[in-house]
Design a protein. Structure first.
Length: 90
């Protein structure tokens, strides 16, 4: 925490059974599965915030969201995958 800002990093997609979602979009995973993985990453981030802050009630907004997509070289719809997280936060 810096002032009134909280910084998060290093999160990835975690399934309900606590295992990690794996695979490259365009090879082992579809774009839709990538979207769900990004959504699961957002849920993991919210879980971290709640555990550290005690409640999500003090979170007013997301200032910036940066995501990386593990994909095949010719995959070009990265924003559609990352929207899984940003749509959750909207």
């Amino acid at each position: 925490t810096v002032g009134k800002l909280v910084y998060l990093s290093g999160h990835g997609p975690v399934k309900e059974d606590s295992s990690r979602m794996v695979g490259r979009v365009g090879l082992e995973a579809t774009e839709e599965e990538g979207y769900e993985a990004a959504k699961q990453t957002g849920l993991a981030m919210l879980s971290t915030l709640k555990s550290q802050l005690g409640s999500l009630d003090t979170v007013k907004r997301v200032v910036k969201l940066f995501g990386m997509v593990n994909c095949v070289e010719d995959f070009t719809d990265h924003p559609k995958v990352i929207n899984g997280c940003s749509d959750l936060f909207a």
